[in-house]
Design a protein around this ligand. Structure first.
Ligand code: AHG
Ligand code: MN
Ligand code: MN
Length: 331
């Protein structure tokens, strides 16, 4: 196809980035792409479910219409289980990780952690939502069942991470540690096409994204930084603009392109913040650092944290390097 590079072509082309790769990571990424297209189809018709009567029909068959985040969870699990390149999967929607039992999956070298639908409270109001994923090489022996330790690796060990944003258009953005590339879904041909090569976040920005409703529960560092954002200073283009969607993927994506800072800090009510280390913060931190930005908790680089439990939460600060450094100076 002249002038257009599809995601599948790009992934195969980049396979050589991994000297010892035998195509498994390529196939795993392709499984993720297929699942995300299926989820995209359902997200796009979310409001139609009742009108089309699908719920009633399915109930007659004994299958209750599932919530979209459970649907997305099922799609990704099915794609990876059938693909055979991953030996297990962990997701926000399941209490525990899932070890795939087939002989082929036990031979799989990788595990996947993911948030099937991020920002799902926004589904009902037609606001952008996303999917976040993170891939690690397993630590347990190939040929055995996946173990918890495979899912409790530091973010630094990620071999790939990405997100899909179901927005005014659908995009998939990912990294394998060699920069960040973004692909936009062309619905007419059903393919993600390279639209944002070598994405880099601007060093400076004028947008801050935080749920300021929580401000009374925040530390002085956060209070002082947000006060700084609101001060008037023409040289540093302040006051900054506040932009908060409430879908991390969408807030992150906007800031990646325009420059900005996303903050979900610790509060007196939630001492570790809200966002989950393994399937929200680490994958976004990997992308953010690969794009030249910073991902931090306020006291530690996110990807250096040794996870101790699957659904662990961490305070989250991500964005343009100069903005994050300024905030860190208040700690
Ligand atoms: P999820 O829908 O996967 O549970 O994630 C929602 C997260 C994240 O997307 C967003 O940044 C944050 O929750 C919003 O939280 P508040 O409503 O507390 O601001
Ligand atoms: Mn989420
Ligand atoms: Mn979610």
């Amino acid at each position: 196809m002249s002038g257009v590079k599809t995601l599948s072509e790009f992934i195969i082309e980049r396979q050589d980035d991994f000297p010892f790769a035998s195509g498994e990571l390529t196939r795993l990424l392709n499984d993720i792409v297929i699942a995300s297209k299926i989820v995209n189809r359902e997200v796009n018709k979310a409001g139609l479910a009742d009108i089309l009567g699908a719920t009633t029909q399915e109930n007659i068959q004994g299958e209750i219409q599932q919530k979209l985040d459970v649907y997305a969870d099922d799609q990704f699990i099915a794609a990876l289980r059938n693909g055979g390149e991953a030996c297990g999967i962990a997701s926000e929607e399941n209490d525990d990780f899932l070890a795939f039992e087939s002989l082929r999956s036990r031979e799989g070298k990788y595990i996947l952690s993911f948030d099937p639908l991020d920002g799902s409270s926004n589904i009902d109001v037609n606001v952008s939502i996303g999917t976040i994923f993170s891939i690690y090489r397993r630590e347990s022996e190939v040929g055995t069942l996946a173990k918890e330790a495979d899912f409790l690796q530091k973010g630094e060990n990620q071999v790939a991470a990405g997100y899909v944003i179901y927005g005014s258009s659908t995009m998939l953005v990912y990294t394998t540690g060699k920069g960040v590339n973004g692909f936009t879904l062309d619905p007419s041909i059903g393919e993600f096409c390279l639209s944002h090569p070598n994405m880099m976040i601007p060093k400076n920005g004028t947008i801050y994204s935080m749920n300021e409703g929580n401000m009374s529960y925040c530390s002085d560092a956060i209070k002082n930084y947000i006060a700084y954002c609101k001060e008037v200073d023409t040289e540093t283009k302040r006051p900054y603009s506040a932009r908060y969607i409430g879908s991390m993927v969408a807030d992150f994506h906007r800031n990646m392109i325009k420059g900005g800072i996303f903050i979900y800090p610790e509060t007196t009510k939630a001492v570790n913040g809200k966002l989950r280390l393994q399937y929200e913060c680490n994958p976004m931190a990997f992308i953010m650092e690969q794009a030249g930005g910073i991902a931090h908790t306020g006291t530690q680089r996110i990807m250096e944290i040794q996870p101790t439990e699957l659904h662990q939460r961490v305070p989250t600060i991500m964005g343009s390097s100069n903005m994050v450094e300024k905030l860190l100076s208040y700690y």
